[in-house]
Ligand binder design. Sequence first.
Ligand SMILES: Nc1ncnc2c1ncn2[C@@H]1O[C@@H]2COP(=O)(O)O[C@H]3[C@@H](O)[C@H](n4cnc5c(N)ncnc54)O[C@@H]3COP(=O)(O)O[C@H]2[C@H]1O
Ligand SMILES: Nc1ncnc2c1ncn2[C@@H]1O[C@@H]2COP(=O)(O)O[C@H]3[C@@H](O)[C@H](n4cnc5c(N)ncnc54)O[C@@H]3COP(=O)(O)O[C@H]2[C@H]1O
Lengths: 141, 141
Amino acid sequence: GNKIKAMLEDNGDFLIPADRVANVQVDNNLDHALLVLTNIGYTIIPVLDHHGNIKGLISMPVIMKAITGLKDIHFDQLSDLSVSEVMKTDFAQVEEDYELEDVLHLLVDNPFVCVTDDSGSFKGIITRKVVLAATNRLAHE
Amino acid sequence: GNKIKAMLEDNGDFLIPADRVANVQVDNNLDHALLVLTNIGYTIIPVLDHHGNIKGLISMPVIMKAITGLKDIHFDQLSDLSVSEVMKTDFAQVEEDYELEDVLHLLVDNPFVCVTDDSGSFKGIITRKVVLAATNRLAHE
Ligand SMILES: Nc1ncnc2c1ncn2[C@@H]1O[C@@H]2COP(=O)(O)O[C@H]3[C@@H](O)[C@H](n4cnc5c(N)ncnc54)O[C@@H]3COP(=O)(O)O[C@H]2[C@H]1O
Ligand SMILES: Nc1ncnc2c1ncn2[C@@H]1O[C@@H]2COP(=O)(O)O[C@H]3[C@@H](O)[C@H](n4cnc5c(N)ncnc54)O[C@@H]3COP(=O)(O)O[C@H]2[C@H]1O
């Protein structure tokens, strides 16, 4: 209970700051997003607007679903559709003064949690990796 | 240390059995693998041979990298290449009598760990989700 929470909290700041998080813009089209995802190697990344607010998440499965018909993949639609039309808008997010318990709860079902300030500006992400690394250290003590 | 390990171990069996794990075969070609990944919604899945042994992992980024040139995506290559030619062969795996500490360690850097029997036959996977769910329960007790 509280002992574990205190130990996880001792492990310091879990945030990966926004400037180290790969992202795309809402008005990028899908072939740009596909090339970014192919080159950076991350599975799912945030979508920002021009004010630095997070608007959604984009991943290859979401892009492929948008251009796949019953029998065929319509690759020509990649340059017609924009990221904002297909991105996932229901995603895990907390504010900077988050409770660790809430983040732990959200990481059960999400690969990462987005962190914003109180006006919605994107501050970074907390990933499962950093929490698992802290749990791993605790188990070895 | 040991208290956490004992608590995690009390949480029972973490294995998702092989018959509930989406997979493709080594000799499938890439357009088949792409359609399977698009439809099932999992990011990265195991590749099995015809004896039920795990040979690698396949994901959309790996497929897209294999058909993307400097400027262009060569979608026509999807039917020419087989899964075994592009799959990731370096992946986390343990045997059925695994130590929880080893699985915790592997889950820091891998979304899941593959479990085999002593002759290499695929038994299932242990995902980050089930370990995070157990950690989450411990933090709330
Ligand atoms: N370049 C790299 N170097 C070292 N390890 C790597 C890596 N790429 C992937 N991994 C490992 O694989 C896990 C899954 O990555 P994935 O890209 O599917 O899923 C990632 C990705 O979608 C996203 N992510 C992580 N870091 C990111 C970043 N800097 N920018 C954008 N998205 C990021 O958060 C998800 C969870 O990340 P997490 O670190 O927990 O878990 C990562 C990490 O353990
Ligand atoms: N259909 C669904 N129902 C409920 N939740 C879902 C879901 N699809 C994805 N999720 C959630 O999203 C996380 C990341 O899924 P992803 O497909 O990127 O990454 C997955 C996927 O690549 C693979 N995986 C999980 N279950 C699988 C299965 N039955 N067959 C094949 N691969 C599986 O293991 C990775 C980690 O899975 P984990 O459960 O830790 O983490 C999952 C889970 O928390």
